[in-house]
Design a protein around this ligand. Structure first.
Ligand code: AHR
Length: 521
């Protein structure tokens, strides 16, 4: 192949640069995500040194659980993963979560039966703790509302508790609990989680959901017009999404969609499912965007201005439901093949960035996460490193046109969704961006199981002064990082100067079979 890149050949010349919010995270009260992941687990306490200094200094409230310093060093805007935003408290959990259980003196907080994942919720981590976590990590908070067992009144009260600035009951309760006047200023609010699914407490049909969510949206925006509301979609490509968008588009700012690849896959084609299924999610984004356009088109027929509603892909990941089960708190050990599937996902998010208002990896710690913890250790899984490189380097730029790669995979994958839509993903999955006219970044995933790929490169109008190439490669699809061998699957990096580059460009860059490279000029 020959790749000719021109710094003026932008795919979307008018689009905003790639927003870091596509690298958002998600924290659910599930398994060991919160207790044991984010904060100390009273059943398996972390030793001194792991927990925040406030604990050592005795500054925490009576019964308050300390944040884990080691996990904070990874999450957060300034952390290793540079996570800009955190969605909380669920997930399925939220549909029976009553926020008032999780505020005020720790000794008074009720323990509740947890209906989504069948546990007991101690409520020791609640709204004020979540906001403190966000403030200390620099993350933007994104709260999902309980539209299952929660009431409209309760949702309004939660918003007032968080954002109220007047002398009112709920705002004053927050002042009493936090000891300061400053509101929590939560900008992003989700109108329920997966309200279409029979697994969701209080699930609805699309008409009933739309009527209810419209009423909630109206009241929430009256209370605080500065918030951004997210309607609850399905995969983006369903009748549910069509109907919900048709009703809610005037009232919301984003539309949430979810998808997990490898869920229900056929083990005989595990590799293919892993690396090609994200193409199905890309199609879902495109269809969802088309549904938004269609709704706007209907509005234009009625002379009503279009609304720039973006997609919130607020749950995405690789999830093998045979490995990560409700019983083990959705703990999945990710292997090398999963990391390749994960990279295909990241390429999709970057490529589709202009239609995404945000995206959240589900989830951030222990639950389907690139991070696993014990009481005193943090393990970076195979999926950790690609996420780290993307969130650090693949943002803030404009997408560059790449040639199409003709060699395509034609064969079974799962979900069958891909086959139904006759998608034939190319073996080479690449995305390129230019940042401030000064730096070009190209992510190239070679999904071919047995053939290396070689490309010559030339730049029409870009001077190369240096090049770093990060590579992720293993010859063992099943290789996984473990607490004993934490560095089995990690990327390597090599630096080249301009002279070395001109030779390499001419001879061609090889992307090995089933491997990924990130080129940074
Ligand atoms: O992330 C795990 C679960 O997957 C979430 O709770 C739910 O929203 C989705 O089905």
């Amino acid at each position: 192949a020959h790749i000719l890149l021109s710094s003026s050949n932008l795919i979307h010349p008018n689009a905003e640069p790639v927003d870091p919010k596509i690298y958002g995270g998600f924290l659910e009260h599930l398994g060991r995500c919160i207790y044991g992941g984010l904060v100390d687990d009273p059943k398996d306490p972390s030793p001194a040194g792991v927990l925040e200094d406030k604990k050592e200094a005795g500054v925490l409230g009576e019964g308050e659980l300390a944040f884990r310093k080691d996990v904070m060093a990874v999450l957060g805007k300034e952390g290793e993963l540079e996570i800009p935003l955190l969605r909380w408290p669920g997930g399925n959990f939220v549909s029976n979560y009553h926020w008032q259980d999780g505020v005020g003196p720790f000794a008074d907080r009720p323990k509740r039966v947890e209906l989504a994942w069948h546990g007991v919720e101690s409520n020791l981590f609640g709204t004020d703790e979540f906001i403190r976590y966000c403030r200390e990590t620099g993350c933007e908070p994104y709260i999902c509302l309980n539209m299952g067992t929660g009431s409209y009144e309760e949702a309004l009260a939660w918003l007032e508790y968080c954002n109220g600035t007047e002398d009112t009951t709920w705002a004053n309760l927050r002042r009493k609990h936090t000891g300061v006047d400053e509101p929590h200023n939560v900008k992003y609010w989700g109108l329920g989680n997966e309200m279409f699914g029979p697994w969701q407490i209080g699930y609805l049909n699309p008409t009933a959901y739309s009527v209810k969510a419209k009423m909630w949206a109206h009241g929430l925006k009256l209370l605080d017009p500065t918030i951004l509301l997210v309607s609850c979609g399905c995969t983006g490509a369903t009748d549910w999404d069509r109907e919900v968008l048709a009703t809610l588009l005037p009232f919301v700012d984003m539309h949430s969609i979810h998808n997990y690849t490898m869920f229900g896959h056929n083990p005989d084609i595990a590799y293919e499912s892993n690396v090609f299924s994200p193409a199905g999610s890309e199609r879902q984004i495109e269809i969802c965007k088309a549904l938004i356009d269609l709704t706007n088109h209907d509005r234009s027929q009625q002379k009503v201005p279009a609304r720039n509603v973006k997609i919130a892909f607020d749950e995405w990941n690789v999830w093998d439901e045979k490995k990560a089960t409700s019983k083990n708190g959705l703990t999945q050990v990710y292997d090398y093949a999963d990391a390749l599937g994960f990279i295909a996902w990241l390429n999709v998010l970057v490529r589709q960035h202009k239609d995404l208002g945000l995206a959240c990896l589900a989830q951030s710690v222990n639950v389907l996460s690139p991070l696993l913890t014990t009481a005193d250790k943090v393990l970076r899984q195979t999926t950790f490193y690609p996420l780290q490189l993307f969130s650090k380097y693949m943002k803030g730029g404009q997408l560059l046109q790449l040639p199409s790669f003709p060699d395509r995979y034609i064969g079974p994958t799962s979900p069958v969704w891909i086959q139904q839509n006759e998608l034939q993903p190319a073996y080479i999955d690449a995305v390129a961006m230019i940042i401030d006219d000064s730096s070009i970044r190209i992510s190239i995933l070679n999904r071919h199981p047995s053939a290396d790929w070689k490309a010559k490169f030339s730049f029409a109008d870009f001077e190369v002064s240096k090049l770093d190439i990060h590579e992720l490669y293993s010859d063992n699809m099943g290789a996984a990082n473990t607490f004993e061998k934490p560095d089995l699957v990690v990327p390597s990096v090599k630096s080249h100067d301009a002279a070395a580059w001109s030779k390499m460009a001419e001879e061609g860059i090889v992307v090995r079979k089933h491997s990924w490279i990130l080129m940074m000029f």
